[in-house]
Each structure stands twice: as structure tokens, then as C-alpha cells.
Write a protein that binds this ligand. Structure first.
Ligand SMILES: [Zn+2]
Length: 327
């Protein structure tokens, strides 16, 4: 864990208070979304047709959606805290949305749930303006040193210095941001190798990034360190830290409740049990699909074959954690 003493300074002058404007924008991203889906592999395609909207949650919290992954905003007259910063190319629209909220767009802190592009697009803008950027150490490492894109057989360049996390954690870290207590915790290998949850404990809102995916097919970035076992464990961890009053905010889709996270956990556990058993018997992903491992689940997948392929790859990448007799 790195130093915990560098808290963002908050601007004290009063700002004009304006109430969050619920769903003030309802502009479909059709066409534009399809373009981005081609440029940014790994994006959930359905999510790109999400409406641009600013939705009030509870207290000073709002959700800005439709600009890449969801951006959770805590907006007060003293300043704003963001969890994630949207997609590249959407920062102007994000800034405009933030200017309509209390604090008028003065972002003190950005916390990244992980290192995917649809979470870090606005980092450079806010970092250059002096915001503290907080993320898991693995996220900092990937953004600082670049990483290999398997699908494109090339390396992604490091992000500009201003976009890099300036404060990191390895396991768990607590912060006090503008009077709100925040706990950030590692979700080991839930989706990538750098996932964290961000729990605003006073408001009881947990930003969960792509570790929970109620709207679009869950994505396992197996090449980026995610795997099915990590996802199961992370969902269990998220059930432990919330209760029936907790709002869970995923990267895509609306805020959900603990019971919804429980359904996803149960489904992933079922899939883990089914797929590890068949992996031991030497099944390929296609053979698993034919054998019906995706049948009778709590939800239907848009592309069960793709999900299962990623599951299969992720299990092989972690076969040493499954059992000693896998090979
Ligand atoms: Zn992601």
C-alpha cells in the first residue's frame, strides 16, 4: 500500500447549486457506438447504444451513463469525485454533464475501477487540471507501461503522464473525500487483474466496475488477468460488504441491489462448477456449449459462445488453481 496522506484539496468557495437533472439527455449513440465498437475491441457492443443520461441516485450522487462505462459522480459545492471517467472521445460531453451538477465540473478525485479504455478516457483531462487519480497498482502499471493487445497483435502505448494514477492500493485503502468515507478494495481477477470496488460507506453506494454486469454479457478479459474463479470470489466479496439497502453501480446498466448481485453470483458459481468439471474431461469451449453448460441459467446471454470461449481460456490460464489433476 502506498502513502495514504495525500488527500485532494477541496476548493472552498461556494458554487451555484443545481439539482441533478435526471435523464436530461436521451440521445442515442447509434452509429457512433458502432464506430467505437470497431475501434475498441472488447467493448460490450450493446452497451454502446445506451442512452446518454444523468440520473440522480441518493444524496449528492449521480450516474452519468452512455459515455463509455458509467461514471459515478459525488457532486457537492466543494467539488466532485468521480468513479471512472468514461470513454476516449467522450470527455467533452462528460465535462458538460459535470458542469450541470453541484461543484460545476471541479473534479478533485477520479477513482478508476480498472484500466480498460471505457473507464479511463477522461483521466488525462481531469489529471491535467489537478485531480488526484486513484487506482489499483496493477492499473497504474498497465497505464504507465502499456500492454499487449492479443487480438490486434500490438502493444498499446502508455497513457500520457497526466492520465496515470497518482495514488494506488494493493489490497484495501480508505479515504475521506469531502466528508464522505470511502473504502476501495481489490477484486482479485474478477474481470481484469486490476479491478477494485469503491464503497462510499456513508451513502452505502458501491461502484463495482465490470465485476458485476446486469445488463450486458459479463466479460472476462482472460488475457488481461480476469478468470471465472476470480469473478465468483469477487461477487461473493461484494455480497459480504453490502446489504439490502446498498446500491451497486456497475459499468453498464442501472444501479442494482444485493439480490441482483446474488443472482449473478449464483449463476457464475454454477458455471464454474459445470465448466471445471468438463475441463477435467478435456472438453473444448464449443463442446461445453453443445453439452448445455449455458442452459437453464438465470439469464440468457447475447453471445454465449464468446463468453464460454473466454471462460475456457481463463480456466486454462489458471488451471493450477483448479486442481492438481487437471493435466
Ligand atoms: Zn472492463
Amino acid at each position: 500500500m502506498t502513502s495514504n496522506d495525500s488527500k485532494p484539496a477541496h476548493v472552498s468557495e461556494a458554487a451555484t447549486l443545481r439539482a441533478p437533472r435526471t435523464k436530461r439527455r436521451a440521445v442515442l449513440l447509434a452509429g457512433f457506438g458502432a464506430l467505437l465498437a470497431g475501434l475498441l475491441p472488447g467493448w460490450p457492443r450493446r452497451a454502446l447504444s445506451a442512452e446518454r443520461a444523468v440520473t440522480g441516485l441518493r444524496g449528492p450522487f449521480s450516474l452519468v451513463s452512455g459515455l463509455g462505462g458509467n461514471v459515478l459522480v459525488r457532486a457537492t459545492a466543494e467539488g466532485q469525485t468521480l468513479v471512472d471517467s468514461g470513454a476516449p472521445g467522450e470527455t467533452r460531453a462528460l465535462v458538460e454533464a459535470l458542469e450541470s451538477l453541484p461543484g460545476g465540473g471541479r473534479v478533485d478525485t477520479v477513482i478508476n475501477t480498472h484500466w480498460h479504455l471505457d473507464q479511463i478516457g477522461g483521466n488525462e483531462t481531469f489529471g491535467a487540471r489537478g485531480a488526484t487519480i486513484v487506482a489499483h497498482e496493477k492499473t497504474r502499471f498497465r497505464l504507465t507501461h502499456g500492454y499487449y493487445l492479443r487480438d490486434e497483435d500490438r502493444y498499446r502505448e502508455p497513457v500520457p503522464t497526466a492520465a496515470r494514477p497518482t495514488e494506488t492500493l494493493r489490497d484495501r485503502r480508505t479515504l475521506e473525500l469531502g466528508g464522505e468515507n470511502v473504502e476501495i478494495g481489490y477484486l482479485i481477477e474478477a474481470h481484469t487483474d486490476g479491478d477494485v470496488y469503491v464503497h462510499f460507506t456513508d451513502a452505502d453506494i458501491i461502484a463495482v466496475g465490470d465485476a458485476v454486469s446486469p445488463l450486458v454479457d459479463p466479460e472476462l478479459d482472460w488475457f488481461g488477468g480476469g478468470w471465472l474463479g476470480g469473478r465468483v470470489d469477487s461477487l461473493a466479496r461484494l455480497l459480504e460488504i453490502g446489504d439490502d439497502a446498498t446500491l451497486y453501480v456497475p459499468s453498464y446498466g442501472p444501479a442494482v441491489r444485493r439480490k441482483d448481485v446474488a443472482v449473478e453470483h449464483e449463476m457464475m458459481l454454477t458455471l464454474f462448477e459445470r465448466t471445471t468439471e468438463l475441463l477435467r474431461q478435456g472438453y473444448s469451449a464449443a463442446e461445453m456449449l453443445d453439452a448445455g453448460v449455458m442452459d437453464d441459467l438465470a439469464r440468457r446471454f447475447d453471445d454465449p459462445g464468446k463468453f464460454l470461449y473466454d471462460v475456457h481460456q481463463s480456466l486454462w490460464a489458471h488451471h493450477n488453481k483448479i486442481s492438481h489433476d487437471i493435466v
